[in-house]
Design a protein around this ligand. Structure first.
Ligand code: HEM
Ligand SMILES: [Cu+2]
Length: 564
């Protein structure tokens, strides 16, 4: 433990009001962040449970446990729950809600009541989906491809699409709230290029949420209407066009994959800076690259449809544009690496997650380039290669970023530390389990095993067994934090800023008071004004004493940190 002699503040946002009403009617962004955290954690483990069932069935080439229909339902529920009800809201709705006002020196978000409404809408959407789970499931795949979803599927498509439709509103309202908050409520002196990179990434994410989500909402309603009233939008038998659905779906869902990954990129920038005690190399490039990613994300959706009768010229255009997305992503990876170079890195749990993130995100992104090339995609489309690609980015990347952020800001949220040794152990288990789960899938996919099948050719068994073994390890890695986080709420060592990190959020008490700051912070320097080296490098051994964060801008020390 790093800090000594710290005590919890007498009044903070957790104990300022008591009783369930004070939570369900709260407009405090910090409490709403926690409400989201509880909800998405439930969804995370529910979706994870279906993953476990999928991997169990795939342990052997035959159908031992489930028939095809049941299997289809399991992978659909797995995808729908984890994409729409966990990954999309994960970082923005929990860490974003909790941290944006703290990091920009504001009392709350711009529209606190709208913020609470977003959570209720999210809960309603989740209830639709839970209802679908209870009454027998849905088997269309998380992509709801037509005409299967509109015409042939004999499952609860309408309820599931309505669930997604509802949660879409929650996403839009959160994005809107964040955009206005970041524009209007920054503390005096906090100019755009003094903002933490996490704020930049959430700003870019919010733009996607506001602009892309309506398209998904409309698409989901059209599927429901088509199914219910047979109007002939997507069903070719009625004069509709199923490829239209794919365009509309991916016009949201490609940008949406960046809703899932951009916030993590922001978290990782914060972590790299905090655990190397340096300003992120090329701050402005990293900041602007988030916006570039957001913009590019809108114009590459066609790379999901190379094999859906798209003209070769359209395909070429989408292919070139897809390659361009790699540029701003690579800017981030290069600049993080440059930040690490000659930094005095401390390998605490959040940093382990951040380093894992960089490796997996890079591999995930590079395999995206394979898929974006039209010739290779013809071979790899709808195989396990695609599954491996997006799990590397969305689980290896986005979820790792979320876990890294959760560990980093946990003492900020609750004023207590999780047990560091267990944290590192779980980060290690997650990393090993993850790679064992998904790396073999690149090979099976390349060899030709299609996705979404519950029986397969016997020659794929060895790699599938590896994958299933890996996912059980991964499961352990995810359950551990659940246990020790809950444990730490009561028994964790009291801590205010164990990392001696910079940033406005660390200048107030941990946990923060209901109004965030006792007086309006004024910013005179950019984020991350770390001195060149930590004063007491014994941080690695964890035996350091003292050392609270310097409030940003209250000292001239650390200007030299800009010379990176
Ligand atoms: C940065 C984060 C990224 C995320 C979160 C992501 C996520 C995904 C997801 C979820 C899918 C599968 C969709 C499905 O169920 O069919 C997918 C497929 C695909 N991704 Fe990515 N991806 C990312 C980066 C990239 C990059 C940089 C490229 C190209 C330069 C790329 C190219 C592709 C292509 C072409 C496919 C479709 C493959 C096929 O269906 O044959 N991705 N990605
Ligand atoms: Cu895409």
């Amino acid at each position: 433990m790093i800090e000594e002699n710290v005590s919890l503040p007498r009044i903070h946002y957790l104990n300022s009001h008591y009783g369930w009403k004070s939570w369900l009617f709260t407009t405090d962004h910090k409490r709403i962040g926690l409400l989201y955290m509880v909800s998405i954690t439930l969804m995370f483990f529910l979706g994870g449970f279906f993953a476990l069932l999928i991997r169990l069935e795939l342990l052997t080439p035959q159908a031992d446990l489930f028939n095809a229909d049941t299997y289809n339902k399991f992978f659909t529920l797995h995808g729908v729950i984890l994409i729409f009800f966990f990954l999309v809201p994960s970082i923005p709705a929990t860490l974003g809600n909790f941290l944006i006002p703290l990091m920009i020196g504001a009392k709350d978000v711009a529209f606190p009541k709208l913020n609470l409404l977003s959570w209720y809408i999210f809960v309603i959407g989740s209830l639709f989906t839970l209802w679908v789970v209870a009454v027998g499931g849905i088997d269309t795949g998380w992509t709801f491809y037509t005409p299967y979803s509109t015409t042939f599927a004999n499952t609860h498509v309408i309820a599931a699409t309505l669930g997604v439709f509802f949660t879409g509103f929650s996403s839009i309202l959160t994005g809107l709230n964040f955009i206005v908050t970041i524009h209007k409520m920054r503390a005096p002196g906090l100019t755009w290029f003094r903002l933490p990179l996490f704020i930049w990434s959430l700003y870019a994410t919010s733009i996607i949420q506001v602009l892309a989500t309506p398209v998904l909402g409309i698409t989901m309603v059209l599927v429901a209407v088509e199914r219910f009233a047979r109007v002939g939008i997507f069903d070719p038998a009625l004069g509709g066009d199923p490829v239209l659905f794919q365009h509309m779906f991916w016009f949201y869902s490609h940008p949406a994959v960046y809703i899932m990954i951009l916030p993590s990129l922001g978290v990782v920038s914060e972590l790299i800076s905090a655990f190397t005690w340096k300003r992120v190399f090329g701050y402005k490039f990293v900041a602007v690259s988030s916006l570039m990613i957001a913009i590019f994300s809108f114009i590459v959706w066609g790379h999901h449809m190379y094999v859906s009768s798209m003209s070769i010229y359209a395909g070429m255009l989408f292919s070139i544009l897809s390659y361009l997305v790699a540029v701003p992503s690579a800017v981030k990876v290069f600049n993080w690496t440059a930040t690490l170079y000659k930094g005095s890195v401390s390998y605490d749990t959040p940093m382990l997650y951040a380093l894992g993130f960089i490796g997996l995100f890079t591999i995930g992104g590079l395999t995206g380039l394979f898929l974006a090339s039209m010739g290779l995609d013809r071979h790899l489309h709808d195989t396990y290669f695609v599954i491996a690609h997006f799990h590397l980015i969305m689980v290896g990347g986005a979820v790792m970023g979320y876990f890294g952020g959760l560990h980093y800001w946990w003492p900020k949220m609750f004023g207590r530390m999780y047990p560091e040794w267990w944290g590192r152990l779980s980060a290690l288990i997650v990393f090993v389990g993850f790679n064992l789960s998904f790396f073999p899938q690149f090979i099976i996919g390349y060899l030709g095993m299609p996705r979404r099948y519950h029986v397969y050719a016997p020659e794929f068994q060895v790699l599938n067994v590896m994958s299933t073994a890996g996912s059980s390890i991964l499961g352990v890695g995810y359950v551990l934090p659940l246990i020790y986080f809950i444990w730490s709420l009561r028994y964790g060592k009291v801590a205010a800023n164990p990392w001696r990190a910079k940033g406005l959020e660390w200048t107030t008490t941990s946990p923060p008071p209901p109004e965030n700051f006792f007086e309006q912070p004024i910013v005179t320097e950019e984020a991350y004004n770390y001195p060149v080296r930590p004063a007491q490098p014994t941080r690695h051994t964890g035996k350091l004493t003292g050392g609270l964060a310097q409030p940003v801008g209250t000292t001239g020390k650390g200007r030299e940190a800009e010379v990176v």
